[in-house]
Each structure stands twice: as structure tokens, then as C-alpha cells.
Write a protein that binds this ligand. Sequence first.
Ligand code: DGI
Ligand code: FE
Ligand code: FE
Length: 188
Amino acid sequence: MRKDEAIKIVQPALTEERFKHTLRVAETAVGLADMYQVSKEKVELAAIFHDYAKYRPLKEMKEFILNSQLPNDLLDYHHEVWHGPVASVVVEEQFGINDREIKDAIRYHTTGKAGLGIVEKVIFLADYIEPGRSFPGIEKVRDMARKDLNHACWMVSRNTIQFLLSKNATIYPDSFHAYNYFLTLMNK
Ligand code: DGI
Ligand code: FE
Ligand code: FE
């Protein structure tokens, strides 16, 4: 699918702010793809669709997960962890996007997971550091993004887990697996 076609599909499903975030994630991801020799076409398409399902009604997402191959344990956690997995299935079913790297980048963009591939890492990181974000400590992650992709992804995992702990929130197990995985890869 071409970029302009993807944008035409995604824009009406999002708020204006979320759509702008999506375009910034795409631009950031393409920059990272340049640095780390990843397919720009793949990261761009994954970025455009990554938050596609963010505003689906919760009841609809719940039904969708129950009727799909997606793990039902997603439903035991906060609904924020649903939109990536749901979008990854929708893009294949509705638009025939069956590239595994693109689908997995969409699927795991919120939590990460162990064994994440490079396209997936670029989206995971770009979603966090796009220029519209202002998380505590984000400048350190932006600096690291230019030096070591795995180290920067580990910082994203760590910061997100720290943030969730501070709110006494539930944490999806893949988020911990991602943290451990990135730690084993850092500086290698
Ligand atoms: O959709 P975005 O806002 O662009 O970003 P996102 O999909 O990376 O994250 C959405 C929210 O999900 C964010 O507030 C952090 C939260 N989150 C990330 N990992 C987990 C999580 N929430 C829970 N409960 N558990 C997690 O493992
Ligand atoms: Fe998201
Ligand atoms: Fe996002």
C-alpha cells in the first residue's frame, strides 16, 4: 500500500492531535530507518497504522480480541495495551497488509516484547521520541537514539515501566520481556 492511501484510511479514524502524532512518528521512524539501515517503506507504513485502532470503542475491541487469534490475556490488562494488537489484525484483514515485520511493529508498539526485530524497534522508539512528546528524561532517550538503538529502546521500556509502577498500574508481561531483552543487547 502507498503512503498516501494509508494516510487517507487512517486520518478519519483519529483525532487531529493523534493524526499529527502519527505523521511525526512516521517522520521520526524514517529518520531512524536511515540511521540503522532499515526499510523506510516498511517503517513508514507501520508508523501510519500504529495507532489506527486507538479510538475504537472498548466493547468492540474486547469482542474483536475474543474472536481473533490474539491472546485473551490482553483483556486482563489496561485497555491501552489493546489497540496495537487489534490494529495489526485489522490491517491484514481489511487492507491485505501481511508483511510480518509491519504487522509486528504495529502489534507490539505499546509494550515491546522479547526478540523484537529491527522494524519493530524503530517504531517502538519513534513512538516515544517523536518531537511532540515531552516525557521526563526524553532528551536522554533522543540522544541515545542516535547512538545505540537497543540501548535507546531499553530506556523506553525502563521509563515506561517506571511510570506505570509510579501509578500502581498493571504491567503487561511483554513489557518486562522487552526490558530484559533490550538489556541483554545493549552495547553489542
Ligand atoms: O498510543 P500512544 O499514546 O501513542 O502510545 P503507546 O501505545 O506506546 O502507549 C499508550 C499507553 O499505554 C501509555 O500511557 C503507556 C501505556 N502502557 C504501555 N505499556 C503498558 C501500558 N499500560 C499498561 N497498563 N501496561 C503496560 O504494559
Ligand atoms: Fe499507541
Ligand atoms: Fe502512538
